[in-house]
Design a protein around this ligand. Structure first.
Ligand code: AMP
Length: 417
């Protein structure tokens, strides 16, 4: 069965009173050089599930990753600042455990009373968290390491809650091995994942048409699977960002020094053929903002059609932006993942901003819009358009894999209604 067809039990379907509840969150917050949290968005979003558990009399143990410490302790990626911020937001103490496993953590978890909250240190300080199941299957030592690590986490609690959609497509120990070891105990989802499944699932099961996908960002290779799947589902695919140049090169255009994945040029052309067979229109940029060297303050010019050698495309041009907007205006379902250019360096954010506004306007006119991916979401937030988008997914990669129709095994094993 597809994940999107399953109705999963949530925290409101179980009794947490007096129980130890282990909850996987996504507290992968941005930190500055002094380890101050620069956006507490992810902590705020987790509050409804956290408050429901604490309000229901559960003793809550929170776990998350932050950044990519690659299995080593790195104070710059400690979750300690998150414990501080969460305490402020909840108006009560959140105890912090210096390690996510070990005897001291076990003691802290055992000491929790009903309504108490404990946050464990970054899961990824341990290599075992990210050992892939495929590697573990082939190597007994790795399997043992992953199982031992997961067992220590599983033994902390009576109930497992998953509210980390951003990592739902991964087989990390905390996402899959832990709930697998907790078989027989309640294993449910939180409100964030519930909303993701509802939105993404509904959109896919019966999309209002025209159904338009907008894809951008750096790499075609990351998005091959989702494009292959989308051409069979959507009426139009708009492709911008660096990934467009791999397609344009295949169509015989000169792309200058624009980013291009040469290994994927042929594959890109095959995808365009598949799209044509499926009656899915593919809209590529016809003009581009180009620079000799990418740096802040550099002057750019607009290239229509071919791009001269020595120049690199950094954003879609005005004709492309208009064409993209026209193709979005009448959409009734929209999924968008990835920026149209190097949006971090203004003015090369213009194309991305245009698209964000067009998606918001289409939503005002009745479209259902879903934005996945940190960059597109950031563009929408920067422009203050969040309230004019139907759903901003908390997981970029996960939402893409979901749209691709992949099964998430970490969700499949959780309890159904
Ligand atoms: P992704 O993680 O694949 O969604 O890619 C996001 C990144 O793509 C952003 O950091 C953008 O700066 C980058 N990007 C988008 N368009 C271009 C372009 N035309 N040239 C270089 N980088 C780009």
């Amino acid at each position: 069965m597809q994940v999107q067809e399953m109705a999963k039990k949530t925290v409101v379907d179980i009794d947490v009173q007096g129980k130890k509840v282990l909850m996987r969150c996504d507290f992968n917050v941005p930190l500055d050089d002094d380890c101050n949290i620069t956006s507490d968005d992810r902590i705020v979003k987790a509050l409804p599930t956290i408050k429901t558990i604490l309000g229901g009399g559960g003793a809550l143990i929170l776990m998350s990753h932050l950044g990519r410490p690659k299995g080593h302790r790195d104070e710059k990626m400690s979750l300690a600042p998150v414990a501080g911020r969460l305490s402020e937001l909840l108006g009560r103490e959140v105890v912090f455990a210096d390690d996510c496993i070990g005897p001291e953590t076990k003691a802290k978890a055992s000491a929790l009373a009903s309504g108490d909250c404990l946050l464990l240190e970054n899961l990824r300080f341990h290599k075992a968290e990210t050992i892939k199941d495929k590697a573990a299957k082939e190597d007994a030592q790795l399997r043992q390491a992953k199982d031992d690590f997961a067992k220590q986490l599983a033994d902390l609690a009576d109930i497992y809650v998953d509210d980390a959609f951003g990592t739902a497509h991964r087989d990390n120990a905390s996402m899959y091995t832990v709930p697998a070891l907790m078989e027989g105990k309640p294993r449910v989802i939180g409100f964030l994942i519930e909303k993701e499944l509802e939105f993404l699932g509904e959109t896919l099961s019966d999309p209002k048409r025209p159904f338009v996908a907008i894809l951008g960002g750096a790499k075609v290779s990351d998005k091959i699977g989702v494009i292959e799947s989308l051409v069979r589902k959507v009426d139009r695919i708009i492709i911008g960002g660096a990934m467009a140049y791999t397609f344009l090169k295949g169509r015989g255009k000169s792309i200058g020094r624009s980013l291009c994945e040469n290994d994927f040029v042929d594959k890109g052309q095959k995808l365009l053929e598949q799209a044509a067979e499926a009656n899915c229109e593919v809209v590529l940029p016809v003009d581009h903002h180009v620079v000799r060297e990418l740096k802040p303050g550099v002057t750019y010019r607009t290239a229509v059609g071919d791009i001269d050698p020595g120049f690199q495309a950094v954003d879609i041009g005005p004709i492309a932006a208009q064409k993209f907007k026209d193709n979005i205006a009448d959409a009734k379902t929209i999924v968008w993942n990835g920026p149209m250019g190097v949006f971090e360096i203004p003015p090369f954010d213009e194309g991305t901003n245009d698209i964000a506004l067009a998606v918001a306007e289409a939503t005002d006119n009745g479209a259902s819009s879903i934005i996945g991916g940190g960059d597109s979401a950031a563009a929408v937030k920067k422009l203050g358009l969040e309230d004019r988008i139907s759903h901003i997914s908390t997981g970029g990669g996960a939402s893409l894999e979901f749209l691709e129709g992949k099964k998430f095994k970490c969700l499949e094993i959780l309890d159904e209604k």
